[in-house]
Design a protein around this ligand. Structure first.
Ligand code: CUA
Length: 160
């Protein structure tokens, strides 16, 4: 004997199944087409020494022999150093970000760069800017009273 399922209940079962398929598809599409993926870089650093020694004391972009660029960045209350970062378009750029104080976020608006910056760790992300222009950097982790003022800028220039 077939089980009786009310028509509306059947509709909602299909609707719930369709939503599951839709959400799973969204995850797969953003992972494959949008290069969204969980962070995989684990590197530790002494947060008390960040401002005293090493690449983060007076951070500046460095060009590697292969032409790619490495940008060390200090995210601290309430500024990103350097405040303006100049990089070429069409070149892989690796951002290495750490914090000497509290948890910050490092998001470059309009790109797939969005990482959490925790004191004691170096967060690393690599991206290639296709179009020249100004890109806004925002801190998206609440870090104190002036959190909303914490921002920076990436200036992507025409390749030399
Ligand atoms: Cu730094 Cu919010």
């Amino acid at each position: 004997m077939a089980m009786h399922v009310d028509r509306y209940e059947r509709y909602w079962m299909w609707a719930a199944t369709a939503m599951l398929v839709l959400f799973l598809a969204a995850i797969v599409i953003t992972a494959v087409a949008g290069s969204a993926h969980p962070p995989s870089h684990v590197e530790t650093i002494d947060p008390d020494r960040v401002t005293v020694e090493g690449e983060f004391t007076a951070p500046q972009p460095v060009t590697r022999p292969d032409g790619s660029v490495v940008v060390p960045i200090r995210a601290e209350m309430y500024v990103f150093r350097p405040e303006v970062i100049r990089v070429p378009a069409g070149t892989p750029v690796t951002f290495r970000v750490t914090s000497p104080d509290v948890l910050h976020g490092f998001q470059i608006v309009g790109t797939n760069v969005n990482i959490t910056v925790a004191p004691g760790y170096v967060s690393e992300v690599t991206t290639t800017f296709r179009r020249p222009g100004d890109y806004l950097i925002v801190c998206n982790e609440y870090c104190g009273l002036a959190h909303h003022l914490m921002q920076g800028k990436v200036v992507v220039e025409e390749p030399r």
